[in-house]
Design a binder for this molecule. Structure first.
Ligand code: DC
Length: 225
C-alpha cells in the first residue's frame, strides 16, 4: 500500500514549497492538487465557460488529459501550462469553480490515481479530509494572514510585473473566506489533522518538523498507508 502525507491549508501557508521538499527528501512523488484545479480552470476559460457552470466545467475536465509530470510541472495534453495557470484570471476562476461539487468530483479520480502505485506527498485544501482520508500523516499548514499575504506578494513579484501588496492581502482574505465557507469540502483543520503554524519558521524548519512527525507516526505504528 503506498504511503501518503497529506498537507492542507490556506494560500501562502507554504504548502507547495514544503510539500515538494518533503517529497524530495523522502524520494516520493508529489501532487499539487491546486495546479489541477488551475489547469482545468485555464482550459475552461479558454472554452469561454463560467466558473459557476460546474456541469460544463466538470464535463470538460473529464475530456482533458490533465497531468503532473515527475518533474512537478503541469500539463494539459502535451502543453506545459505551469506558468499559464498562475495568472490572476485563472486564480479567480479556480477559486469559484472549486466550490462546485461537480468540479471537485471530476478531479477526485485523477488525484487518487497519483497514489495508485507510488508513495505520495500531496497538498491542497481537502487532501486529508476527502481525497486521502487514510493518509499516514495529515498536516494543516497555516501562518498569520499578513505573513501569507507577504509570501504571495513575493511570489507574484518574482513572476514580474508590479504587485500591490494591500490588494494581494484583500484578495487572499476573500479567497480564504470563500474556501472555508463553501458547502463542499470547506477548508478547515479537522480533528485528525496536525496543525502547524509556519509563522516565523524557515522552509527547512517546516520540512524537518513534518519529517519528524512522520517518523513519530511510523514509530507509533499507525502508518497504515
Ligand atoms: O493552492 P492553489 O492556490 O493553487 O489552489 C487553486 C484554487 O483551487 C484555490 O482557490 C483553492 C482550490 N483548491 C481546492 O479547492 N482544493 C484543493 N485540493 C486544491 C485547491
Amino acid at each position: 500500500m503506498p504511503k501518503i502525507i497529506a498537507i492542507d491549508g490556506p494560500a501562502g501557508a507554504g504548502k507547495s514549497t514544503v510539500a515538494r521538499q518533503v517529497a524530495q527528501r523522502l524520494g516520493w512523488h508529489f501532487l499539487d492538487s491546486g495546479a489541477l484545479y488551475r489547469a482545468l480552470s485555464l482550459a475552461a476559460l479558454e472554452h469561454g465557460l463560467q466558473p459557476t457552470d460546474g456541469h460544463h466545467v466538470a464535463a470538460l475536465g473529464a475530456q482533458l488529459d490533465l497531468r503532473q509530470g515527475p518533474d512537478g510541472r503541469t500539463y494539459l495534453g502535451a502543453r506545459d501550462v505551469s506558468s499559464a495557470i498562475r495568472t490572476e484570471a485563472v486564480t479567480a476562476f479556480a477559486s469559484r469553480a472549486s466550490a462546485q461539487p461537480e468540479v471537485r468530483a471530476a478531479l477526485l479520480g485523477l488525484q487518487r490515481a497519483a497514489a495508485r502505485d507510488a508513495d505520495l506527498v500531496c497538498e491542497g485544501r481537502d487532501m486529508g479530509s476527502v481525497v486521502f482520508p487514510d493518509a499516514a500523516l495529515k498536516i494543516f499548514l497555516d501562518a498569520q494572514p499578513q505573513v501569507r499575504a507577504g509570501r504571495r506578494t513575493l511570489e507574484l513579484a518574482g513572476q514580474g510585473g508590479s504587485v500591490d501588496a494591500k490588494a494581494v492581502q484583500q484578495d487572499m482574505e476573500q479567497r480564504d473566506h470563500a474556501d472555508s465557507s463553501r458547502a463542499v469540502a470547506p477548508l478547515q483543520c479537522a480533528a485528525d489533522q496536525q496543525p502547524l503554524d509556519t509563522t516565523g519558521m524557515t522552509v527547512d524548519e517546516v520540512v524537518n518538523r513534518i519529517l519528524e512527525l512522520f517518523a513519530e507516526r511510523l514509530r507509533e505504528g499507525v502508518a497504515r498507508r
